[in-house]
Design a protein around this ligand. Structure first.
Ligand code: AVJ
Length: 342
């Protein structure tokens, strides 16, 4: 442990809780992010329909596959959002007079660079505080920021989103950034819980920048999650490799197939693993098993689509007031700036 003094990004009553074992990277004292969440996996797998929480998708291979998805011709989200940010970063920063940019997830993407460079240009200095459960993502982010923006003070927060954003000093004017339409992964209970907690953690000078994929023609949406090369299928089915490693279970790639569709009532893409044959799935560490029937589906991920105007109205009920709405010429994707109600 290096005896680094906790930086001023943390609120006074939080300072003692955060420790650093690598300069510029902070974790909660005693927190164990790698503990095997057996019970949480089994409870969702025994639900009806069976389902899994999306964060299990991002092991090493899953993260690599997701990177490939971002470059697929069918997956318009990443490049569309990037173009919006590239074009409007100056205006976003001008409208959000902050000293700190705190990014939830995705430590350092080329999308964030647009914000950082405008912040540096306009205000000279800046704190960048990515919050991520992946330590390696934070380290990569730190290397890149220190190289490209030596004037930026970097503090990586190695924690779950909620622990991270709740610890940040409410008096430090901060722009929280949540890009990529990651909110699309939140189901109807996660969604209000997340915004309630985030808004409660935000101070009177704070802003939120949110990237949200929009409701649009069914074919375009379904193609984005069912690409020609089958990368999305590999990404979704890879989750069972990660589950096998955690629980020593016996899911087999060859005995399942990928299926996805747009659920029109919920306006969400649903991504399933479907069993090709009846099979018994064992969980030796929990001494239990279940019969995975032929054609029975396990819901691995959802990706909700949004109407930006309705989203602005909805977030208003959480004390987040719309400031600006940025979109692309085709109106495929929205980047929304909110201010915390004083
Ligand atoms: C990272 C949640 C935004 O929902 O578009 C992409 C994940 N899954 N293709 C999305 C994903 C399959 C992605 N998010």
């Amino acid at each position: 442990m290096t005896q680094e003094k906790p930086p001023r990004i943390f609120a006074a009553d939080q300072q003692a809780r955060w420790v650093s074992n690598h300069a510029g990277i902070w974790s909660l004292q005693g927190a164990d992010l790698d503990s095997v969440p057996t019970l949480s996996i089994l409870t969702t797998l025994w639900d009806q329909p069976r389902w899994l929480e999306a964060y299990h998708l991002y092991d090493k291979r899953g993260s690599e596959l997701f990177e490939q998805i971002c470059d697929l011709p069918e997956y318009y989200l990443t490049r569309t959002e990037n173009a919006i940010l590239e074009r409007h970063a100056g205006e976003i920063i001008a409208n959000a007079p902050v000293q700190c940019i705190a990014e939830l997830g995705a430590g350092y993407s080329k999308k964030t660079v647009h914000l950082l460079s405008h912040q540096v240009r306009r205000r000279g200095n800046c704190i960048f505080a990515p919050i991520d459960v992946s330590r390696s993502a934070l380290l990569a982010s730190q290397r890149a920021v220190q190289k490209d923006f030596p004037q930026i003070e970097f503090h990586g927060v190695h924690s779950r989103y909620e622990d991270g954003f709740s610890a940040i000093d409410r008096d430090l004017p901060t722009l929280f950034v949540f890009l990529g339409s990651s909110i699309g992964n939140f189901n109807h209970t996660d969604f209000p819980r997340f915004f309630q907690a985030l808004s409660a953690a935000m101070g009177p000078h704070d802003f939120l920048l949110l990237g949200a994929d929009r409701v649009k023609a069914v074919k375009m949406l379904e193609d984005a999650y069912n690409d020609n090369r089958g990368v999305t299928a590999e990404f979704i089915l890879n989750v069972f490799g990660s589950i096998n490693r955690l629980l020593q279970s016996n899911f087999e790639r060859d005995k399942m197939r990928y299926h996805s569709w747009l659920n029109p009532e919920w306006q969400q893409i649903e991504m399933y693993a479907v069993s090709r044959e009846p099979q018994q799935i064992y969980f030796p560490t929990a001494e239990t098993s279940f019969q995975w029937q032929k054609d029975e589906r396990i819901l691995v991920e959802i990706s909700r689509k949004f109407d930006p105007i309705r989203l602005q109205e909805q977030l208003g009920f959480f004390g987040l007031l719309p400031v600006k709405h940025f979109t692309d010429p085709n109106e495929w994707f929205s980047v929304l700036l909110f201010k915390k109600q004083a």
